[in-house]
Design a protein around this ligand. Structure first.
Ligand SMILES: *Cc1c(COP(=O)(O)O)cnc(C)c1O
Length: 392
């Protein structure tokens, strides 16, 4: 493996050179069933013909235009996102962490414009992940991500996950915002109960605090609705999106209401690549496909099918697995063994999964996975569990 890369990843010694739908194909031709999807990114599978068409079609026209000009592909994608969400306006980024960065800046600017520039405290939650920029690591506050990178940006207060009493005690009319993932991804596929999200919305309404949702991982159809917040019947003020929106092309976005987004006046933020024509041409196609109610109904059906099969798997390997959790096609297997052991044993069964915190193996396949592939995936997981029971 190359020694010319920063050693920030413990990489598996596999190089994928091709992909087809739910399959990633290694240099030597071995086909792996991909339940990781580049960590919930390849939402429509590898080399999806419609996305290839969107990308290459745009590549033949124009690749890059500065945001000092109008970008029709960007306007079109913004129209689609506004049409299919709570939002009135959108800013495009290249990644989730940039979206988090802008969301934080927007909250601060909002309160400054309200004449209350000291109202900066954002309530966050343990186990959260918002990315790796200095603002995003301060927001999430996890020991492993912040160590060595101090002093941290002030203004964040982490609360225990799922502890509404702690939130009630912490929130006040000095709180700038509450920032939360409706389903924690890196934190171990931990869905927040719908009634808790509704209670958080109500507390924000009472105190005036903004509700900022991070749907970078759980949005874009993952849970079986376009946005995870729809399950609770509430709407945020600001939302971060990335991962699945580009289907594999780097793209992120911050969605906002007029009241909050409107504070970002000309010159107050920007991005060279954000909203690039290539990214937006792909993103628009992804949105058209995923926002379709028939497509989302299929995600819900397949999610239920996969979950049911996983419950059976857990029951037949009680030493390895504790439980299944998640919603739609963002599922987690909570384990009694180190999840990394299962991920590694997966390679031997040509199955790709991703570890998460809280002893969880994450299953976030392409939303286009077929019923047969789901059955095959669970059969492979069964063999993976047997391998781990047999000591590797
Ligand atoms: C992955 C992720 C991010 C960061 O996105 P990047 O594109 O890696 O910067 C932020 N929030 C959540 C919930 C994520 O899962």
């Amino acid at each position: 493996m190359s020694t010319h890369l920063l050693p920030t990843y413990n990489r598996a010694d596999i190089a994928f050179t091709k992909g087809e739908g739910s399959w990633a194909i290694a240099e030597d031709g071995t086909r792996y069933l991909d339940l990781g999807a580049g960590i919930a990114v390849n939402s429509l599978g590898h080399a999806n013909p419609e996305l290839v068409q969107a990308l290459t079609g745009q590549a033949q026209k124009i690749w890059h235009v500065s945001n000092v000009y109008r970008i029709p592909e960007q306007e079109r994608l913004a129209d689609l996102m506004v049409e299919h969400s709570f939002a009135d306006m959108v800013f495009f980024t290249n990644s989730g962490t940039e979206a988090a960065e802008l969301a934080i800046k927007m909250v601060r600017k909002y309160w400054t414009e309200q004449g209350d520039p000291d109202r900066i405290e954002i309530l966050t939650f343990e186990g959260a992940f918002h990315g790796r920029s200095t603002g995003a690591i301060a927001a999430a506050g996890s020991e492993k991500m912040v160590k060595g990178f101090g002093p941290l940006m002030p203004g964040f207060r982490p609360l225990p996950w799922g502890d509404l009493d702690a939130l009630k005690a912490a929130i006040s009319d000095r709180t700038a915002a509450v920032m939360i993932e409706p389903v924690q991804g890196e934190g171990g596929i931990r869905p927040l109960p719908d009634e808790d999200l509704r209670a958080i919305r109500a507390l924000c309404d009472e105190t005036g605090a903004l509700l900022v949702l991070d749907e970078v991982q759980c949005g874009m159809g993952r849970t079986g609705r376009l946005w995870a917040y729809e399950w609770a019947g509430i709407e945020p003020d600001v939302m971060m999106v990335a991962k699945g929106i580009g289907g594999g092309f780097p793209l992120g976005a911050v969605l906002a209401t007029d009241a909050v987004g409107g504070v970002m006046t000309a010159g107050s933020h920007g991005s060279t690549y954000g909203g690039n024509p290539l990214a937006c041409a792909v993103g628009a196609r992804v949105m058209e496909i995923i926002a379709d109610e028939g497509f989302l109904a299929e995600v819900r059906r397949k999610g239920a099918l996969m979950r049911q099969k996983l419950e059976g798997l857990v029951a037949s390997h009680p030493e390895v697995f504790e439980s299944v959790r998640g919603q739609g096609l963002i599922l987690g297997l909570r384990c009694h063994v180190p999840p990394a052991d299962l991920v590694r044993a997966g390679y031997a069964e040509q199955l790709l999964t991703v570890a998460a915190s809280d002893n969880v193996v994450r299953l976030v396949p392409p939303l286009t996975i077929t019923d047969d592939e789901i059955a095959e995936a669970v059969a492979r997981l069964d063999r993976v569990a047997t391998r781990v029971e047999d000591g590797g």
